[in-house]
Design a protein around this ligand. Structure first.
Ligand code: AMP
Ligand code: MG
Length: 356
């Protein structure tokens, strides 16, 4: 049985948080909101509870979990030989959507890190997440609360739909702020490496560090994943049931965006059976009138935060609306654009490049 608590006027040590922390302490699973997406948590020390996370999600056992903490001292329980640069990042970027990969401490069960010698750690800024971890008093291992391969949950409603009856508690606090997962950086390596672009742009992390971070092709959603560098990135991810076709133009000038929309329009019109849909932006929306495809607007290209935030919600809507094929426009690989493109490339069954 799943207990769903709807947290509206949230208070730090309310009954719901104390109850959920008790469930974690007794080896249960709790789905909770973070500022990125919803997480599915277990006490980090409890191998049995952590293995339930893998079962419930259908997550491959070689894909490690992120450990969530509520203080920097708590990091020292799960990581060892923490470099100076890590403290710099923790002080400036936490609490927030940055996950730091560090050498693991002996105490962390191997199932959490999928056998790696490193552990990924993050301090979320969502007040519900922070209070839950504080109340538990121990780190909480938590991947995103979606069945493996599906778009991450950005609202309590998504979580309830996916996990009802399979976890002990869902803390529903409505929609999340960023709507996309955390940025994952390994700073044990020289130079530091971006393992997953996310809600905080890699350029901002570089600014805090005062040096460059290597961006491998797989972080863009391209090329081969270097195993075991970033095991999670090798799977097709974030995908709707509908077939997603990503169309990338060679540049993002006004003319190119028009050519991009024209190309998508032709493709959508030529499609044979099923229902074609289009993920548009405010800048291209006008080009799609009269195509006979359902059009979803991600937001304005001027505001990539909004586009990232809407992406998973709209990928779920696409299935609810019964789209059979979805055409998505590309974005420049910079700032949050890199994050958006990583998710779109990993969700795509087909990628088309157009020269303009
Ligand atoms: P999720 O929590 O579902 O958003 O996924 C966590 C992401 O962090 C996955 O892409 C993992 O591969 C990555 N990750 C977690 N731990 C490590 C680690 N020790 N080294 C490299 N990547 C990691
Ligand atoms: Mg995930």
């Amino acid at each position: 049985m799943t207990i769903v608590f709807r947290l509206k006027g949230f208070e730090q040590d309310c009954f719901e948080i104390r109850y959920a922390a008790g469930v974690l302490m007794r080896g249960g699973l709790v789905a909770f909101p973070t500022e990125t997406v919803y997480g599915l948590g277990a006490l980090v020390w409890d191998e049995g509870a952590v293995s339930k996370i893998f079962q419930v999600k259908g997550r491959p056992s070689d894909n490690p979990l992120i450990v969530h903490v509520s203080s920097i001292e708590m990091v020292e329980k799960v990581a060892s030989r923490i470099p100076e640069d890590a403290y710099k990042l923790m002080e400036k970027a936490w609490p927030g959507p940055l996950t730091i990969v560090l050498p693991k401490s002996e105490r962390v069960p191997r199932i959490v890190t999928a056998g790696l010698d490193t552990v990924a750690v993050r301090m979320p800024s969502h007040p519900v997440a922070l209070s839950l971890i504080r109340e538990t008093g121990e780190p909480v291992a938590a991947p995103s609360a979606n069945p493996s391969g599906k778009p991450s949950p950005t609202s309590g409603t998504h979580v309830v739909r996916d996990l009802i009856g399979r976890v002990e508690v869902v803390l529903d606090a409505g929609e999340t702020l960023y709507g996309v997962e955390s940025t994952v950086v390994n700073i044990v390596t020289e130079p530091p490496v971006l393992l997953r672009p996310g809600a905080i742009p890699v350029e901002e992390v570089e600014k805090i560090l005062g040096r460059k971070i290597l961006i491998p092709e797989f972080a863009k959603g391209l090329g081969q994943v270097e195993k075991p560098l970033a095991p999670g990135m090798k799977y097709r991810h974030y995908a709707p049931e509908a077939k997603l076709v990503l169309v990338e133009p060679s540049s993002y000038t006004r003319e190119c965006l028009k050519a991009l929309a024209e190309y998508i329009k032709t493709q959508a019109l030529a499609g044979s059976n099923g229902k074609p849909c289009i993920l548009a932006t405010l800048e291209t929306l006008q080009h799609y009138s009269g195509v006979g495809a359902e059009t979803f607007t991600l937001g304005s290209r001027e505001n990539p935060f909004e586009i990232a935030r809407n992406l998973f919600t709209i990928l779920r809507k696409v299935d609810e609306e019964g789209c059979s094929i979805v055409y998505a426009e590309g974005f420049p690989d910079q700032g949050l654009g890199l994050t958006i493109m990583n998710r779109l490339r990993k969700a795509a069954s087909e990628k088309h490049l157009i020269n303009c």
